[in-house]
Design a protein. Structure first.
Length: 285
């Protein structure tokens, strides 16, 4: 059932034409989305795994081939390097210095531009490392439930961004390729990315268990993300709201029917789901 199907039925039940009653149509669309939010929240509350999904992200192997030369500016020149445009946005660190920089542009396979100038005098034949500790989340991710890495099966622990920054300041990343460190912690960087620590030193698959972000209905062909096309419950809820809007005495009865349908939907959905969830390991002493 599409958004158009829902609002057409709502207005038709109350004897209005969406093609001509455009001002009222805008109000009804708001009622539908309001009930949509309510249904979504109710189902999540009564079924812990409703609205959950899994996705995976593959970490990037650090690059440290060749040596580099710096002159105290934001330009870095490489020797025996093969830098590519895909490295834009990654972190850059010199072996002997604690500062970490971000790559702003890749001019060629042997020249990169950093966001900030290198805090050092001119030097050459420096070892370095280019790495990525930022992970893009699925576009529909609202909350993270768990992140599991595939090689050891360990779960990453969530901490605050300030804690991550402190750990990075103490030890950003090892430039020794023999020291394999896998991520142990993660923190939200922004609404669509997380940052992990330690920075991945090898390729891993991180399996992300998360709750889906509800997207409001906007276009006529949008369909609600509800089990088994339960658009009927949105129709009933919006009808109740429209009757309240018109001070119709039947509004209470329509609203009661909506909540009865909602309780039935929650019970049915709880029995229908078969999603496997991550559970932290319990260590006994």
């Amino acid at each position: 059932m599409t958004f158009e199907d829902i609002y057409t039925r709502v207005m038709g039940k109350c004897h209005h034409d969406p093609a001509t009653d455009t001002d009222l149509l805008a109000v009804v669309k708001g009622f539908i989305n309001s009930r949509y939010q309510e249904v979504w929240a109710y189902l999540k509350k009564h079924d812990p795994i409703f609205g959950r999904a899994t996705s995976s992200a593959v970490t990037i192997v650090p690059y440290q081939t060749g040596t580099v030369e710096t002159d105290g500016t934001d330009t870095v020149i490489g020797t025996d390097t093969v830098w590519i445009e895909g490295m834009i946005g990654r972190k850059f660190k010199l072996d002997t210095f604690a500062e970490v920089y971000e790559i702003e542009d890749v001019e060629s396979t042997t020249e990169i531009e950093l966001v900030n100038a290198v805090n050092d005098d001119a030097d050459s034949e420096l070892t370095y490392i280019i790495y990525q500790d930022v992970i893009n989340l699925p576009a529909d991710c609202m909350d993270i439930i768990a992140i599991k890495q595939d090689i050891t099966g360990g779960l990453l622990s969530p901490i605050g961004l300030a804690e991550i920054r402190k750990k990075q300041a103490d030890c950003p990343i090892s430039v020794d390729p023999l020291k394999i460190l896998d991520p142990v912690y993660y923190a939200w960087l922004n609404s669509s990315q997380i940052i992990v620590y330690p920075a991945p030193a090898r390729q891993l698959q991180l399996v992300i268990d998360y709750t889906i972000k509800l997207t409001e209905l906007a276009d006529d062909d949008d369909e609600p993300m509800l089990p088994i096309e339960q658009g009927n419950i949105l129709v009933q809820g919006a009808i109740a709201d429209l009757l309240f809007y018109k001070d119709d005495p039947r509004a209470d009865q329509a609203d009661a029917k909506f909540y009865s349908m909602l309780a039935t939907l929650a019970r049915k959905n709880a029995f229908d789901t078969d999603m496997i969830t991550f559970k932290p390991k319990v260590h006994r002493t």
